[in-house]
Design a binder for this molecule. Structure first.
Ligand SMILES: [Zn+2]
Length: 265
C-alpha cells in the first residue's frame, strides 16, 4: 500500500518533471554509494547513463538518476499494456500507476517509464533458476540446422524471442564473470553461480560489469540481436561445470506468468 502511495505521488511529480533527476557527482562518490544513497540498483543507473562505468565516474559530472527504480521502454511496434507488463514480469496496474493516461495499447516508438523492483517480487516464490525474459522459445537446445551456417550444429542454449530493448533478468543469484563482446554470442553476460553458470547472449545493452554481485530477478541487460543472430532474441544457456545443459530442465514450468513452450513453425 505504501508503495502504491509513493508511486502515485511520483506520478503527480512526473506530470511536471521527467522520471529522473540530474545528479552532480560529488568527490568520493562511487557507483555503489550513489546506488545505495538513492536506492537505485547499479544496473538501472548504467541503463540510464550509457557509457558509465565504475572507472569513469567523475566528480562534477552529471548523471541521470531515476526517481524510483525503473527504466524507459520503447517498442518499434505497437504493443498492449498487458504484453508490456509481461516483459517486466509485473502487473499492468504498476505501469498505470506511474503512467495514468497510458491506455491499453502503447503506440510504436512511444517511450514509457516502467518501474522495476530490486529483486522482482514476481520471482519470490520460485526457487532456483527463473526465466530471464518472457517470450516464445523459437529454437530449442540440441542438434539443429544452424539458421545462418546451414550446417548441423549443436545449439548450446535456448532462443527466446523478445523485441530489442526488452529487460533481461538474472536467472539465479551470482557474480558477473564476463560482460562484453564474444564471437558469435555478440554482447554476452556470464553469471557465475558456483557449480553453474548462466549465459545471456545477443544483448543490445549490458548493464553489469565483472565482479558485480546480482540477485535472482535483478535487471541486468537489454535484449537485442548482436553477434551471429537472425533477429531479436535472447540466447540463454545453463552450464554445469562448464558443460551446456538444456536450460528448460532447470526452469519453472508454471509461474505467475505461465511460460509455455511454443516452437515457431
Ligand atoms: Zn541460440
Amino acid at each position: 500500500m505504501r508503495k502504491i502511495l509513493a508511486l502515485a505521488l511520483i506520478s503527480i511529480v512526473a506530470t511536471i518533471f521527467p522520471f529522473y533527476i540530474n545528479y552532480q557527482v560529488q568527490k568520493g562518490d562511487t557507483l555503489y554509494s550513489i546506488s545505495k544513497g538513492f536506492g537505485i540498483p547499479i544496473p538501472i543507473l548504467l541503463d540510464w547513463n550509457t557509457g558509465l562505468a565504475p572507472s569513469n565516474l567523475r566528480a562534477g559530472s552529471s548523471i541521470k538518476v531515476p526517481v524510483v527504480p525503473g527504466i524507459m521502454f520503447k517498442s518499434t511496434k505497437s504493443i498492449s499494456l498487458s504484453e508490456l507488463a509481461k516483459y517486466f514480469f509485473i502487473d499492468p496496474e504498476e505501469i498505470v500507476t506511474v503512467n495514468p493516461s497510458i491506455g491499453s495499447t502503447i503506440p510504436a516508438n512511444k517511450e514509457v517509464f516502467v518501474p522495476l523492483g530490486k529483486t522482482n517480487t514476481s520471482f519470490a516464490q520460485i526457487s532456483d533458476f527463473i526465466w530471464s525474459v518472457y517470450g516464445r522459445i523459437t529454437s530449442e537446445f540440441g542438434w539443429r540446422i544452424h539458421p545462418i551456417y546451414g550446417k548441423n550444429l549443436f545449439h548450446t542454449g535456448v532462443d527466446i524471442s523478445v523485441p530489442t530493448g526488452t529487460p533481461v533478468f538474472a536467472s539465479k543469484s551470482g557474480v558477473v564473470k564476463y560482460a562484453g563482446w564474444m564471437s558469435g554470442y555478440g554482447n554476452l553476460i556470464i553469471i557465475d553461480h558456483g557449480s553453474f553458470e548462466t549465459y545471456y547472449a545477443h544483448l543490445s545493452k549490458i548493464n553489469v560489469y565483472v565482479g558485480l554481485q546480482v540477485e535472482k530477478g535483478d535487471f541486468i541487460a537489454r535484449s537485442g540481436s548482436t553477434g551471429t543472430s537472425t533477429g531479436p532474441h535472447l540466447h540463454f544457456e545453463v552450464r554445469k561445470y562448464g558443460e551446456a545443459n538444456d536450460p528448460v530442465a532447470y526452469l519453472p514450468r508454471t509461474t505467475t506468468y505461465v511460460m509455455r513452450r511454443v516452437i515457431s513453425e
